[in-house]
Design a protein around this ligand. Structure first.
Ligand SMILES: Nc1nc2c(ncn2[C@@H]2O[C@H](COP(=O)(O)OP(=O)(O)OP(=O)(O)O)[C@@H](O)[C@H]2O)c(=O)[nH]1
Ligand SMILES: [Mg+2]
Ligand SMILES: [Zn+2]
Length: 300
């Protein structure tokens, strides 16, 4: 086939098996894939075969720097590819889940992507202190937490513009935390639907239904994604999971067995750390949950 029928571009939106691809030469096409292999993700560089004036078939995906995804025993769901930064969006209300937050951190660290927590809705002052207290163990681990209100766009620009410039970042979090509201504060032209709209329209709770990449007026690329309620990490190896708990590393050096799983082995440095206060029991419990889910999945 001649290369005149082909073009190269960036996947900027995905919805099921449909993708919007921004072509290097300008313009955007609606594209789809053929076959069953795991498909492209927002942030992928792809080659397409042109079809008509508006459409295309994705025929190749360039090698990825990284891919953030979640999976359970039956299926996997890609968040985005080739990321510089993961922005985990939390809020005092609705209450965020420690388990899901911990899993998002594991996903980022095991994929080599820098995570930052955005604690949104700082204007809800009555509930803010409790949310901050719940995040303190993660602050102690060295996770950067930026506290802000998406309703104050001046503050959002002031705090986030320097972090976002020249980088590709993904907004990730449970439904209702304010991801799309933050996006709109940074890129008013995005006009993303938020729950403020859907409340007014009386439509359902899940507002954002597809993943989409926006180019920010003050520099950088920001990807908005639908809220999630589960974050399976079945695709991670035991080694990957360990990478997701960087605070275990110094203790692991003291484990008696080289193949220690840090659950019941004698002479385990991690268990020692949990017993003597260096390692948080809640983090160790999360580690065990993830490891056990993976072992269960492998028995299928
Ligand atoms: N008080 C307050 N409300 C906010 C703030 N940010 C967002 N909200 C509100 O929180 C609700 C949810 O915001 P969205 O931006 O739709 O949340 P989302 O995370 O994109 O949700 P999904 O798309 O369903 O995943 C809306 O009613 C917003 O107006 C904030 O900083 N303060
Ligand atoms: Mg949204
Ligand atoms: Zn151990």
């Amino acid at each position: 086939m001649s290369t005149e029928d082909q073009a190269v571009g960036l996947v900027v939106a995905s919805h099921g098996r449909h993708y919007a691809v921004a072509l290097d030469g300008g313009g955007q096409r609606q594209c789809y894939t053929r076959g069953k292999k795991s498909g492209p993700a927002v942030g992928d560089r792809v080659t397409i075969r042109l079809e008509g004036d508006q459409e295309g078939v994705i025929i190749g995906i360039a090698p990825r720097r990284n891919l953030l995804y979640r999976s359970d025993a039956t299926r996997s769901k890609q968040f985005a590819a080739n990321l510089d930064q993961l922005l985990i969006v939390l809020a005092p209300e609705p209450e965020f889940s420690d388990d899901l937050t911990g899993r998002a951190l594991v996903a980022a660290w095991s994929a080599g992507i820098e995570p930052v927590i955005l604690l949104n809705k700082a204007d809800l002052t009555a509930a803010l202190a409790r949310a901050q207290a719940r995040l303190q163990p993660l602050v102690d681990l060295g996770v950067r937490v930026v506290t802000l209100s998406a309703l104050d766009s001046g503050e959002v620009h002031h705090l986030l513009d320097p972090m976002l410039r020249n980088r590709r970042s993904l907004l990730l979090g449970q439904s209702g935390m304010g991801k799309s509201t933050l996006l709109n504060a940074l890129a008013p032209d995005a006009g993303a639907a938020t729950q403020a709209h859907s409340d007014a329209l009386g439509t359902g709770r899940h507002t954002t239904t597809n993943t989409r990449l926006y180019t920010l007026p003050n520099g950088g690329e920001l990807i908005d994604s639908p809220g999630f309620q589960a974050f399976g990490l079945q695709h991670l190896s035991a080694h990957d999971i360990e990478q997701g708990f960087p605070e275990f590393a110094p203790a692991i050096a003291h484990c008696r067995f080289y193949n220690c799983t840090h659950r019941h082995e004698p002479g385990c440095g991690v268990l020692e750390g949990v017993a003597h206060g260096g390692i948080s029991p809640a983090r160790h419990a999360l580690y065990q949950r993830i490891l056990e889910e993976n072992e269960a999945a492998q028995r299928y």
